[in-house]
Design a protein around this ligand. Structure first.
Ligand SMILES: Cc1cc2nc3c(=O)[nH]c(=O)nc-3n(C[C@H](O)[C@H](O)[C@H](O)COP(=O)(O)OP(=O)(O)OC[C@H]3O[C@@H](n4cnc5c(N)ncnc54)[C@H](O)[C@@H]3O)c2cc1C
Length: 428
């Protein structure tokens, strides 16, 4: 681990996912010593597509990350096209750069993660490169003092600890304390998601496929909805890949397997036959797309989220991303919100580059992050639950889901300082 000096702000980030890596990048600057502690070996980011919404892709550019992500062949999404269960187009929501100052951008998760990792350790961004330690799982945290303990017993101390350790966060428990931690556990939402990733070229074999589904220039996100089922799908990696997320009610779990699922990551391999059965009665071309997917590339995620927490920080420690506000993926805002958290942390600590903040100044900065972020993120969590409701009227095929409903609130965003000012003005 690189040596530190007394004048440096030592930042320890637990978790090297999108939240942790972007926090590390955003916080880089003079007199900062940043370490990311990641439990895994960082070899197995999920094989699925992910969209960054305009509120987050704006940050990609602001942080100078475009060159690091160019190899990921990001695709700018030009809108949503909604099909009903009969295969008829019922709504279109166009997206264009001018609307929110940036695009909704589609990536392969592994490419996005690799680009962020490269940026974090690069010498061409401000400040010193971030130190990333893999196979460094944190098992305990003294939030007040900013000390984390690794599985091998080693202790790492920071002036600031950022818990970006995902929905099953260890740091969250330390921040909340035992009583609140027991009350705020991830909640099964009753929904699961099949994730499918395949070469886009496989779609050529699907008869009667609407042209807009298979083209990637321009890239369009297609949604096929009916009752409590919906599929969100589109191209990725410069048109090489095609990704799908298909929501279904939680499949029943055998009682003898329940404990095992609790311990595991709530993920299991999905089967093509199960997926096709869940979408019986949907357009044949949709079932045919499922049919062309290689079995090995189908996974089933049980979806859980969190209720808004009573606090995100204690002493020198703050939680961000899914650790603080895991949400349903129905608006594709989870990772984007973790990036907003990263921006907020950096913005409220921006004054402390010549010398490090006193404890009082640090706590005041963490309080500002809460003030700027809590109401917004809690609302986006609630909107994500609302967007998960059945997409059609009960008993009819009339589509009530509007994928554009919360777009303006979610995407019209220019950083935490601006948001706090807008909030104060609107409440004055
Ligand atoms: C089906 C599905 C589709 C989605 N689609 C989108 C989308 O299109 N757009 C979007 O913005 N979001 C989407 N999301 C949500 C998004 O994936 C998450 O919100 C986002 O990945 C959260 O990032 P994070 O860094 O907070 O947590 P994570 O990605 O969970 O990262 C946490 C990291 O911490 C590490 N870690 C965990 N515990 C420890 C420990 N004790 N010590 C050290 N390291 C630890 C983990 O190994 C991991 O690397 C989707 C989610 C799902 C389930």
């Amino acid at each position: 681990m690189g040596s530190t000096t007394d004048s440096q702000l030592r930042i320890v980030i637990v978790g090297g996912g999108i939240g942790g890596l972007t926090a590390a990048i955003a916080l880089r600057g003079p007199n900062r010593h940043i370490t990311v502690l990641e439990r895994s070996r960082m070899l197995h980011e999920v094989g699925a597509l992910i969209s960054l919404q305009p509120n987050a892709s704006k940050l990609v550019t602001q942080w100078g990350l475009d060159p690091f992500l160019a190899g990921a062949r990001p695709l700018a999404d030009r809108g949503f096209r909604l099909f009903d269960k009969t295969g008829k187009v019922v709504t279109e929501v166009p997206l264009h750069t001018e609307r929110f100052g940036s695009d909704r951008v589609l990536y392969h998760r592994q490419d996005l993660h690799a680009g962020l990792r490269e940026a974090a350790v690069s010498t061409s961004l401000p400040g010193s490169p971030v130190i990333i330690r893999t196979a460094a799982g944190v098992v305990a945290c003294d939030a007040e003092r900013g000390i984390v303990t690794l599985a091998n017993g080693e202790q790492v101390q920071g002036d600031l600890v950022v818990g970006a350790d995902g929905i099953k966060s260890v740091v969250r428990s330390a921040v909340l304390g035992d009583e609140d931690a027991a009350k705020h556990v991830p909640i099964p939402t009753g929904l699961s998601a099949y994730r499918v990733l395949m070469p886009l070229s496989l779609l050529e074999a699907v008869p009667d496929l609407p042209l807009s589904v298979s083209t990637w220039e321009p890239a369009i996100t297609s949604m096929v909805v009916g009752g409590d089922r919906r599929v969100i799908m589109g191209p990725g990696r410069g048109g090489e890949l095609y990704g799908m997320v298909a929501l279904v009610p939680d499949p029943p779990v055998d009682n003898d397997k329940r404990a095992e699922e609790e311990d595991n990551s709530w993920v299991r391999p999905g089967s093509k036959a199960e997926l096709q059965a869940a979408y019986e009665g949907f357009p044949q071309w949709l079932l045919d797309i499922f049919g062309t997917a290689p079995d090995a590339d189908i996974g089933l995620w049980q979806l859980r989220d969190l209720d808004p927490l009573p606090r995100w920080s204690r002493g020198r420690t703050i939680i961000i991303g899914d650790a603080a506000h895991a949400m349903l993926p129905t608006q594709g805002q989870g990772a984007s919100q973790s990036m907003e958290d990263a921006e907020a942390l950096a913005a409220f600590l921006a004054d402390y580059t010549e010398s490090k903040p006193s404890e009082e100044q640090l706590l005041a900065a963490l309080q500002k992050v809460w003030e700027a972020r809590y109401e917004r993120v809690s609302l986006i969590q609630a909107y994500s639950r609302q967007q998960a409701k059945p997409a059609t009227d009960a008993g009819s095929n009339k589509v009530t889901l509007n994928p554009g409903e919360f777009l303006a609130y979610n995407c019209d965003y220019n950083g935490a300082v601006d948001w706090l000012a807008r909030q104060k003005k609107s409440k004055a």
